[in-house]
Design a protein around this ligand. Structure first.
Ligand code: PMP
Length: 425
């Protein structure tokens, strides 16, 4: 019996389902990580994997990036918890504000879910309205307002509204089809109680679904014309698509933005930022309450400062390299699947991609749900056996990092070759 299997059996006795987040489980049991570096994770059985899960997007710069580690090591000698303001929080906030022109003020939190929860509360506090609109398949964290027709683990586990979640909350969340701005317009014009619209500018939680041309500019126009705050959830796309996120790439200014993942390069830090008049509603100055013991904690803040400074410093090389590598990888995988006559789609952009086993374009929740997830599962397990770790669900994406080398790509293409052959059979 492998050490991972033994550990999983032990884990199930004290941790529900043996994992601390649902998508970490896969059949027959997840591998237990022992250490990581650059592009690799090693498990407790000393098996090495090329990592394309990359902390669900957090590790844009790779595991144990030296600039980040040295900033954190330095901070460890100074203190890890003060719960009083620090100069470094100002430095981090200034970096975020200068990278994201739509953000005038920012509050630091710990997780993406906390950031979206605060963003939604701010939108409600600002408009004094109740309902929010989200798009089918977008995932914004595990809280009641957004866990409605959500992607990621909730789509993977077939949970549209969680047991224990309140109907009173979820009925105030209206759901619109992704890439359907006409539906958004119809709902907003009929309903005068809309506090905000939240969207993943690139949908990275139903596999990868790209916004169709003009979708984002149309929803920006509709929300502006109706005085409804627009929230861009850039938890995945922030810093990954460009130093100023998807909003820089698509040249759209939302009213509120949420950031996490690549912001902290593997340390727990997130942020919610936006227009001054909205952000100033936060307590203690305003009446929108938000608080956290660990918010702005010096360790995570030092990691985030180092991450943004590194990204800004290497941006000219970083994004073109990631895109070039992504194109090499996706084109090779596409060729293999085409040669094998496996019906498939590959959606890709920047440093993310996903393959779907279907002959129809994947543009929204339904088309992603209709792809053959069983084939995906089989592909995942063969990739893993061949030393390539991608997120274990059709409803996640494959993330490249700056640490991947050309040799890693070649080995990954070989692993996809084996995996796709087995999917065909
Ligand atoms: N928003 C998006 C777009 C996400 O992908 C995620 C996590 N995958 C979240 C919010 C929630 O972030 P966290 O898990 O840090 O709460």
């Amino acid at each position: 019996m492998s050490k991972s299997q033994k550990l999983f059996n032990e884990s199930k006795k004290v941790i529900p389902s043996g994992v601390n987040s649902p998508v970490r489980y896969f059949e027959p049991y997840p591998f237990f990580a022992k250490k990581s570096n650059g592009a690799y994770i090693w498990d407790e059985d000393n098996q090495r994997y090329i990592d394309f899960c990359n902390g669900y997007g957090a590790l844009l710069l790779g595991h144990r990036r030296k600039e980040v580690l040295s900033a954190v090591s330095k901070q460890l000698t100074q203190g890890t918890m003060f719960c009083t303001p620090t100069q470094s929080e100002i430095e981090l906030s200034k970096l975020i504000v200068s990278n994201f022109p739509s953000i005038q003020k920012v509050r630091l939190v710990n997780t993406g879910g906390e950031a979206t929860m605060t963003a939604i509360r701010l939108a409600r506090g600002f408009t004094k309205k109740k309902k929010i609109i989200k798009f089918e398949g977008c995932y914004h964290g595990a809280h009641d307002s957004v866990l409605v027709k959500a992607g990621s683990g909730s789509a993977h586990n077939g949970i549209s509204v969680s047991d224990g979640g309140l109907d009173e909350v979820s009925k105030n969340t209206l759901v619109v089809q992704y890439n359907n701005s006409e539906e958004l317009e119809r709902i907003i014009s009929k309903n005068k109680d809309i506090a905000g619209v939240i969207v993943e500018p690139i949908l990275a939680n139903m596999g990868l679904i790209l916004p169709e041309k003009n979708f984002l500019s149309e929803i920006r126009k509709i929300t502006k014309d109706n005085d409804v705050p627009l929230i861009f959830d850039e938890v995945v796309t922030g810093f990954r698509i460009s130093p100023g996120g998807a909003q820089q790439h698509f040249r759209i200014k939302p009213d509120i933005t949420t950031l996490a993942k690549a912001l902290g390069s593997g340390f727990a830090v997130a942020a919610v930022g936006g227009k001054k008049e909205i952000m100033d509603l936060l307590s203690p100055g305003g009446k929108v309450y938000q608080a956290s013991t660990y918010a702005g904690n010096p360790t995570s803040v030092s990691a985030a400062i180092a991450s943004i400074k590194t990204i800004n410093k290497i941006k000219n090389k970083l994004y073109s390299k990631l895109e070039k590598y992504n194109i090499m990888l996706t084109h090779a995988i596409d060729d293999i699947a085409t040669d094998l006559k496996i019906p498939h789609q590959i959606n890709f952009t920047s440093s993310m991609f996903q393959i779907f086993f279907t002959d129809k374009p994947v543009v929204d929740y339904i088309s992603s749900m209709n792809a053959d997830a069983k084939k995906f599962k089989k592909m995942f397990s063969i990739l893993l056996k061949n030393g390539v770790f991608i997120a274990p669900s059709q409803f996640e994406v494959v993330f490249l990092s700056d640490a991947h080398t050309k040799t890693d790509l070649e080995n990954t293409i070989n692993a996809y070759d084996v995996a796709l052959k087995s999917v065909k059979n």
